[in-house]
Design a protein around this ligand. Sequence first.
Ligand code: NDP
Length: 271
Amino acid sequence: MIQIDLTGQVAVVTGGSSGIGFATARLFLQAGAAVAICGRDSERLDAAQASLATEFPQAQLLAARCDVLDAEQVGGFAAQVMQRFGRVDMLVNNAGQGRVSTFADTSDEAWRDELELKYFSIIRPTRAFLPMLKDAPSPAIVCVNSLLALQPEPHMVATSSARAGVLSLVKSLATELAPQRIRVNSILIGIVESGQWKRRYQNYLNENAASPERQSWEQWSGELARKKNVPLARFGLPEEAAQALFYLATTLSSYTTGSHIDVSGGFARHV
Ligand code: NDP
């Protein structure tokens, strides 16, 4: 196995209090990096911090409350990271969630909210951490994007459309920042088992509270993956998305920029 030592380096993971972001923070800590995570919900953030501190007692870890859509909060988060660690080498733009809606039931406001989330969750942290990344020896930005960027789903019309735009944004950023040696890449995920899916499963349990045939998580998620014709017939694990993010954030991928990795269990229909 290739070992990579990130001692002395600093990774920032937005939305690091749950799911893919949390799994990514764990990988960076395992490799010896100092890690800063952020999220909006204090309880979730505290729980994540406590869990990481227990697993990595020596860890240099900062957990800050920050909504990535609020420029002031993002600026404050960047200032805290700078004050605590003095540098940033890797930025993972992960914070966010999807929106289930068709064209018929998406209002103007919902369209604006979704476009704002998908674009500004990248724009604001990137802008805030750019001065620190410019000073790093091997800086990288990685964005969590979705396969919906290339393979839209009608029941997620606004998310799919915004995700396609993010693909373009990542490419443009990669080109603009290449002279400063900052690599910018993304991962395209299919269905990954994480907070948002656990919440959907909980809704299913609540709606079927009286049914003796309620499915277990494995049955429910496996059936969904098969219905969607995911060749690997299961959801991805947050750790599997995190490993691709880790690869793109570190010098393991030193000659890769403006690119993306598919982490969809074969769900992509295109070549
Ligand atoms: P989770 O719900 O498990 O994690 C989302 C994380 O983002 C949480 O830490 C959440 O904390 C944080 N977050 C959400 N909105 C904001 C915000 N405005 N500011 C700061 N933090 C925020 O979901 P996933 O791990 O699945 O999601 C990670 C990314 O992957 C998201 O961008 C999602 O859209 C994307 N994705 C996931 C898919 C999947 O199947 N899981 C499929 C396609 C894309 P808090 O709520 O406390 O702020």
